[in-house]
Design a protein around this ligand. Structure first.
Ligand code: NAI
Length: 475
């Protein structure tokens, strides 16, 4: 088996944590039991690109239990938990000397060159066949195939231009190695039955591809299952934003002024968590609806410029670019903490910060850096501007990820087994399945659900068994 992880001797520790996580992931484990005999993913060859954590290990092993073959990379250079990666490679029945699990290409602290090499590997199947499904988080694996096909059709990978970002130059270098060589990318894309996408930012990319007529295969937007975005993005970040801040800095949050940029699902979770720690929380927004929500939830809403000199902690959660600029950071208080919890690292202008004449970068510990300005004051940047909850801590806990990943598994089964029901386009899972995911998590929390009578169901115009809400309901 080919694979590349940090250290297979960490597998035993990883396996112990996976065992604990399985108990906290009732939705995934129930899905395993439900489909154990039918093996609906038999024949599926899944190229997965999603943070290689303990929770993801349970997802991967669920896909395998359901019959799939899997190859995996992380979707971020800092988010891999090396013990989880090792345990997945070794597998439940293997040993470090005789790994029998799944080929994983991921370690914590990859360079960008290594990151894109890992993405390349999930498309390189040892028998030369390639995947027929993609499971993506943020859309990098999907982007890789689309660009490979585009450049294959054009006959060449373009040379980078001066204005291209460093990362895009690396993507082009990686593609130059792959396009027009051994893999026929157009054929590979044709055999892909679909992609299931985990996060808001990846979903944006999918809708852009669909809108411009360039989408090559069907996609299920897992993010907008209610049991994903209204749980993982909100309650997951409510947990892991504090975890990231504490593990990185251990600064007392109570009494500090914390700015949350963006009051979507992630921002709502972050703002609530910081308030829970006693911070005085300020929100920035561009959308009047979310701004009004923040105000009515009791948060001051203003602009970054208004508070840049007085706030202590800045968290970006927008999925947008250029939210905290180098100029902002130059004006911040001494040792203000700047961190991003959105998917990509362009919310904070790290390149602009590095270009400030005379600025010095001092590593406090991995993923925690003090940037010292020529006047002597400094800002502390977490995870180099990449998602701080996965870079500085361990991301979301198992229970909330069980909701997200049960949606992922159901979406993979849908696209793989009902391919003809999904012509090229971007879809969401039916509400009845969303409700099923929630239902699978109720017992573990001791929730007792009220059952509608037939008369009540008729009165509100729903079926006794659901779905209980119209599509336009917003929760
Ligand atoms: P969302 O679309 O619900 O919320 C983003 C909010 O930011 C919107 O309300 C938008 O109006 C606002 N916004 C956009 N540009 C802004 C600007 N320049 N200044 C202030 N506000 C601005 O998206 P969601 O689901 O909250 O996700 C946000 C990001 O977090 C995405 O990149 C997503 O992929 C990522 N994400 C990260 C997770 C993690 O564990 N770190 C988990 C889930 C999502």
């Amino acid at each position: 088996m080919d694979f590349k992880v940090a250290d297979l001797s960490l597998a035993e520790f990883g396996r112990k944590e996976i065992r604990l996580a399985e108990h906290e992931m009732p939705g995934l484990m129930a899905t395993r039991r439900e489909y154990a005999a039918a093996k609906p993913l038999k024949g599926a060859k899944i190229a997965g690109s999603l943070h290689m954590t303990v929770q993801t290990a349970v997802l991967i092993e669920t896909l395998v239990e359901l019959g799939a073959e899997v190859r995996w990379a992380s979707c971020n250079i800092f988010s891999t938990q090396d013990h989880a990666a090792a345990a997945v490679v070794v597998g439940p029945n293997g040993t470090p000397d005789n790994p029998q699990g799944v080929p994983v290409f991921a370690w914590k602290g990859e360079t960008l060159e290594e990151y894109w090499w890992c993405i390349e590997q999930i498309f390189r199947w040892p028998d030369g066949s390639g995947p027929n499904m993609i499971l993506d988080d943020g859309g990098d694996a999907t982007l890789f195939v689309h660009k490979a096909v585009e450049f294959e059709r054009a006959g060449a990978v373009p040379q980078p231009s001066e204005d291209d970002s460093e990362e895009w130059k690396i993507v082009l270098d990686t593609l130059r190695r792959c396009v027009g060589k051994d893999i026929r990318w157009s054929e590979l894309a044709r055999q892909i039955k679909g992609v299931t996408e985990e996060t808001t930012t990846g979903v944006h990319r999918l809708y852009e591809l669909e809108k411009s007529g360039r989408l090559l295969f069907p996609a299920i937007n897992v993010n907008d299952s209610v049991t994903k975005s209204k749980f993982d993005n909100k309650y997951g970040c409510r947990h892991s934003v504090i975890d990231g801040l504490n593990r990185a800095t251990d600064v007392l949050i109570g009494g500090k002024v914390a700015v949350v940029c963006g009051y979507g699902d992630v921002g709502k979770g972050c703002a609530q968590a910081l308030r829970g720690q006693g911070a005085r929380v300020i929100v920035t927004e561009i959308d009047p609806i979310c701004a009004l929500q923040a105000a009515m939830d009791g948060f001051q809403v203003t602009t970054v410029e208004d508070v840049v000199e007085t706030a202590d902690i800045f968290i970006t959660a927008t999925g947008c670019c250029g939210v905290i600029t180098a100029e902002h950071m130059a004006r911040m208080k001494h040792q203000a903490i700047v961190a991003n919890i959105g998917h990509f690292d362009n919310e904070i202008d790290m390149a602009g910060l590095a270009r400030i004449p005379g600025i010095k970068k001092q590593e406090i510990k991995p993923q925690v850096h003090e940037w010292i300005f020529p006047d002597g004051h400094s800002v502390i940047v977490l995870a180099e501007g990449r998602l701080m909850n996965l870079g500085c801590a361990t991301g979301h806990p198992s229970f909330v990820m069980s909701n997200s990943f049960t949606n992922q598994v159901i979406a993979q089964i849908e696209l793989f087994t009902k391919t003809e029901d999904y012509p090229i386009g971007v879809y969401r899972l039916p509400k009845i399945l969303d409700e099923k995911v929630a239902r699978l998590h109720l017992d573990a929390l001791g929730v007792k659900l009220t059952k509608l009578t037939k008369e009540q169901a008729e009165y509100i115009g729903v079926d006794v068994e659901g779905p209980y809400k119209p599509e336009h309901y917003r929760y």
